[in-house]
Design a protein around this ligand. Sequence first.
Ligand code: BEZ
Length: 335
Amino acid sequence: MDLKQLNAFIAIADSRSFSAAATKTGLSQPSLSRLLKQLETDMGVELVDRYHRPLHLTEAGTFFYDKISAILTEIDTVTSMTQRLSTPSSMLNIGFVPSVLYGLLPEIIAMLKQSNPDIEVNLKDISSYQQIEALKSGEIDIGFGRFPHQDPWIQQILLRYERYVVALPKAHHLAHIQEQRLIDLANNRLILYHQTHLPIATTVSSTSIKPNNNTKSRSADPSALSAPITEPLLHLFAQYGISPFMTTTVSDLQVALGLVAAGEGITLVPASLKTVRTDQISYQRLVHENVTSPIYLHTLKDFVHPSISDLLSAIYQVYEQRGITYRQQKFVSQP
Ligand code: BEZ
């Protein structure tokens, strides 16, 4: 068994067709077919059922695919990390979720450049979950996101908790109330914007919200409260025993704020978003102090970019200048 055979098998399994796999890999169909046959002969197991179109994996093939694709991803990660170790780059590639860009990110980068004028920074807008793959592939050196990750390759630092505020249309009857309670908001349509196709929301009852159902509203199912609710905003309400009356799910935070501006509902956003569309949206504090969104910094465990400690110092300096509460932490493996 060798890597060529394994990569051929993965390409065939992903494309479910020899011709598509040939285009993808740049190998000829007969070569791919021969590599697959050799692999099956070496293992003494039929992996692909060739009698159906599109091609099917056998039960053994499905098991092998799941396990071997994880191993091949690890090989890619180790290869890319080794290459980066031998030729460290002076460029610091930073992945971020949009909500941190509205907050302190620009100020932090300015602070970093002030203390480190030669540093080159490249910023990439990339979702929390995609950041993990991007860290492993070397596309980014650091990721700022709002979800914790459990991954053997990744280490994370919890930077701080940011309070949520409620965003209401300016004409809403609650728009001028300065300290809002979640219970008073429950009979409004709540606009959800977190990426619910990701693992975080898979346990939300499908009768309560439907991932990416755009602007369709649905009544919340009371039984949803008995299942663990992992959609972040519904989870906040559920902590207080509240199930919002109606929800609408949109693709991102910008769209959610657009709908609030159009009078379609309300939403909760991290406080740093308070500057967006202020002519149409009223942002108000919540009385609940623990209704917060964490900000995490993620990086690889085994490869810490040489500029990351300077970046962390810049973050803490900005927090201190602004009087933001934080708990200083260090990476496990410093360069
Ligand atoms: C913050 O708002 O705390 C933050 C934003 C971007 C990067 C790091 C921290």
